[in-house]
Design a protein around this ligand. Structure first.
Ligand SMILES: [Zn+2]
Length: 273
């Protein structure tokens, strides 16, 4: 059953990805995105290993934790009954907050940053950037998410719904999609838009320490890490600078990067205001 959910999850990811690629071709935010096949293949290769092998784990571990907690009547929602729609909403909101916390931790601790920077070293942002995550990051997210699901007794359906929301949002917020400023501003009151997340991929370290949210901007707004999408410049440079960057973009370098310590191994931090 869990394996079937995982396979369905991969199909769903592919549908979202193709949709993202089509929409960004139709309404591109800016030109000059490197859509070369080698880059796409590098990002997709990470997904091949990461999604087809390791991303099954978050799904299975999260889903499995939810099923086990339900069977054993363990966890808050399995003790205190609530209508299913409240349980689903609770799962999506709580796991989005968890994702925000994970993302901040990935930037805060150097050994976590070493795996997360694989995602940040993409110099171009398009739908395929959503595929570019190091397997260690997937393991970290799994290890920290499953206990939350278990302790809160989140329903299995809520895990699947959150997965569906986060996969869609992941592709949508990395895609090179143009959105009118008025719609962007309105959506960004609650939701993470492409411009909101693109800012987080800037080489400017102060922007890398902003807009950590996955689906909702409410966590960034509440915790003082929100930078409005209007700050995104049309010529914004994406990636990481200096020794943190990957010298040569090859699949091997992407996978091995966390094991290599740049010469200056201090984690990039924004200047104190
Ligand atoms: Zn990040």
């Amino acid at each position: 059953m869990e394996l079937l959910q995982g396979i369905n999850g991969v199909y769903y990811l592919l549908v979202c990805l193709v949709l993202g690629l089509i929409v960004e071709r139709m309404f591109p935010w800016r030109g000059g995105v490197n859509i070369s096949l080698p880059r796409w293949l590098r990002n997709a290769s990470l997904t091949f290993y990461n999604t087809l092998i390791l991303s099954f784990i978050p799904m299975i571990a999260g889903y499995g934790s939810a099923v086990f907690a339900q069977e054993q009547s363990i966890g808050l929602l399995n003790i205190q009954a609530a209508p299913i729609w409240i349980q689903l909403l609770f799962a999506v909101v709580v796991l989005d907050l968890a994702s925000y916390g994970q993302h901040r931790a990935l930037h805060h601790w150097y050994f976590l940053w070493r795996s997360h920077r694989t995602h940040h070293t993409d110099r171009y942002l398009d739908a395929t950037t959503a595929l570019r995550f190091h397997p260690f990051e997937a393991v970290f997210r799994t290890a920290t998410e499953a206990p939350i699901i278990f302790m809160l007794g989140l329903p299995p359906e809520g895990i699947l719904l959150t997965y569906a929301v986060h996969v869609f949002v992941n592709v949508f917020t990395h895609a090179n999609i143009s959105i009118s400023p008025a719609i962007d501003r309105t959506l960004a009151i609650v939701l993470v838009t492409p411009n909101v997340h693109h800012l987080h991929h800037s080489t400017k370290v102060e922007h890398q320490y902003a807009n950590f949210g996955s689906a909702f901007t409410i966590w960034d707004r509440a915790l003082g890490t929100f930078v409005p999408p209007s700050e995104l410049a049309k010529d914004e440079v994406f990636g990481v600078d200096g020794p943190e960057n990957i010298a040569e973009e090859t699949f091997g370098n992407l996978v091995l990067d966390p094991f290599r310590t740049p010469e200056k191994s201090a984690i990039p931090k924004p200047a104190k205001k």
